[in-house]
Write a protein that binds this ligand. Structure first.
Ligand code: COA
Length: 256
């Protein structure tokens, strides 16, 4: 069963006890709009409430995971407060009590990489390119990546990824511990679904309790997401993002 959300850009699919949330806007490499964040938030919330759902899979359609926040949408209707769709999505994702498996193919840019830090298992196609390009856009990290990434990879590596904002490949992502492993070529979704089905067959209470124990530091994560959101919104309204945006539209390098 496939149920499109209002925007048609998020597909919700049910397979046994697994719900798949698929970002589906291939002509824009699945760049995420406010409507898509809302669709994904509602999908996660519904999956959390439904006792028959035991695991969630997140993936993208058309050969991309996601190219991150839709920059035009962001410029036209920037998030104004913590109730904005992007921040509500991040809170829902990071507090979701059910296991989340990500199947990543092609591109995982910006929030496409930072959302993986909140998933429980991540498998990526070997050709996937990752990046955290916030600095190149005159922005700051989000999704508590400024807290979670240094914890995961250490300060100097996190600085490399967040302050240089360059692309890195799936082998590097695996080495850094951002993904569990590379799939066989073209098989990320199949392998992610196999993991999601394996989780769905585990004892549900033990799984919920185990995930809660693994994620016991949520207060620090919430606080960091708020701090980041404050700086992110201020930068979005400022001259540095304006320059980055006009450079993106004109397909030129920004001059800061
Ligand atoms: N926001 C808005 N539009 C985006 C987008 C984004 N994040 N990512 C891609 N698109 C659009 C492109 O503008 C292009 O639109 P067009 O066909 O109307 O020109 C279309 O999607 C296809 O992208 P394209 O750039 O042609 O694909 P590519 O494979 O050559 O490059 C990227 C892919 C992701 C490397 C490149 O599009 C890019 O750098 N996008 C911006 C990524 C980004 O900064 N994300 C925000 C993080 S906070």
């Amino acid at each position: 069963m496939i149920v499109p959300d209002m925007s048609d850009h998020v597909q919700i699919e049910r397979s046994g006890a697994v719900v798949t949330v698929r970002m589906s806007r291939p002509e824009k490499k699945n760049a995420l709009t406010a409507d898509m964040y809302t669709g994904m938030t509602e999908a996660l919330r519904a999956a959390t409430r439904d006792d028959d759902v035991r695991a969630i899979m997140i993936t993208g359609a058309g050969g991309a995971f996601t190219s991150g926040n839709d920059l035009r949408d962001f410029a036209a209707a920037p998030p104004a407060d913590l109730e904005s769709p992007v921040f509500r999505f991040l809170r829902e994702l990071s507090s979701c009590p059910k296991p989340i498996v990500a199947g990543v193919t092609g591109l995982a840019i910006g929030i496409g990489t930072t959302m993986l830090l909140h998933c429980d298992l991540v498998v990526a196609d070997p050709s996937t390119r990752f990046s955290l390009p916030f600095i190149n856009l005159g922005l700051v990290p989000e999704a508590a990546s400024s807290l979670l990434l240094p914890r995961l990879v250490g300060h100097v590596r996190a600085s490399e990824l967040l302050l240089l904002g360059e692309m890195f490949d799936a082998a590097a992502a695996e080495r850094y511990g951002i993904i569990n492993r590379c799939s066989a070529a073209g098989e990320a979704d199949t392998e992610a679904m196999a993991w999601a089905q394996a989780l769905a067959a585990k004892a549900p209470n033990a799984l919920r309790l185990s995930k809660a124990l693994l994620k016991s530091e949520s207060a620090g994560i919430d606080r960091r997401m708020q701090d980041e959101a404050r700086d992110f919104m201020a930068q979005l309204a400022g001259a540095e993002f304006r320059e980055a945006m006009s450079a993106f539209m004109a397909k030129r390098a920004p001059s800061f």
